[in-house]
Ligand binder design. Structure first.
Ligand SMILES: N=c1c2ncn([C@@H]3O[C@H](COP(=O)(O)OP(=O)(O)OP(=O)(O)O)[C@@H](O)[C@H]3O)c2ncn1[C@@H]1O[C@H](COP(=O)(O)O)[C@@H](O)[C@H]1O
Length: 106
């Protein structure tokens, strides 16, 4: 298994955010603004959902990769560190998703 992590990709996104739009898709997306970043994230999410529904595994791998990349660009554009998201996920490990759902619907 590859040692490549989301932290590694977040570091690449941060570095490319400082490039020029002519040489970097990441930079061109960030320059287009948060609304454009949000639109791309939504589109990729829908495409990943469609691949999930169809059961096409190769497509799902590609669409999941697109979602993760565009999510990291979204975090970058709103200056939210990936470590904040990981801390939130870690906090949630203290209880099951069903317990959390029950605590909300009571
Ligand atoms: N992981 C990705 C990645 N995944 C998807 N994409 C781009 O996201 C876009 C996906 O959108 P679409 O499929 O809708 O393609 P499109 O119509 O060309 O996109 P738009 O013109 O609508 O923006 C494509 O242009 C992909 O190339 C990515 N672009 C960059 N990365 C990573 O970011 C690094 C830096 O890239 P640059 O910023 O371009 O240097 C790369 O080396 C990769 O590691």
């Amino acid at each position: 298994m590859s040692g490549f992590s989301l932290d590694d990709l977040a570091a690449i996104v941060a570095a490319r955010a400082a490039a020029t739009a002519e040489t970097s898709y990441t930079r061109s997306l960030i320059e287009a603004g948060p609304a454009r970043v949000a639109k791309k994230l939504g589109e990729e999410g829908v495409e990943a959902a469609l691949a999930t529904a169809s059961g096409a595994k190769v497509e799902l791998v590609a669409e999941a990769a697109d979602v993760l990349y565009h999510l990291l660009v979204a975090l970058r554009v709103r200056e939210v560190p990936l470590s904040d998201v990981m801390a939130e996920l870690e906090r949630r490990t203290a209880q099951s998703g069903l317990q959390e759902k029950a605590s909300r619907t009571r």
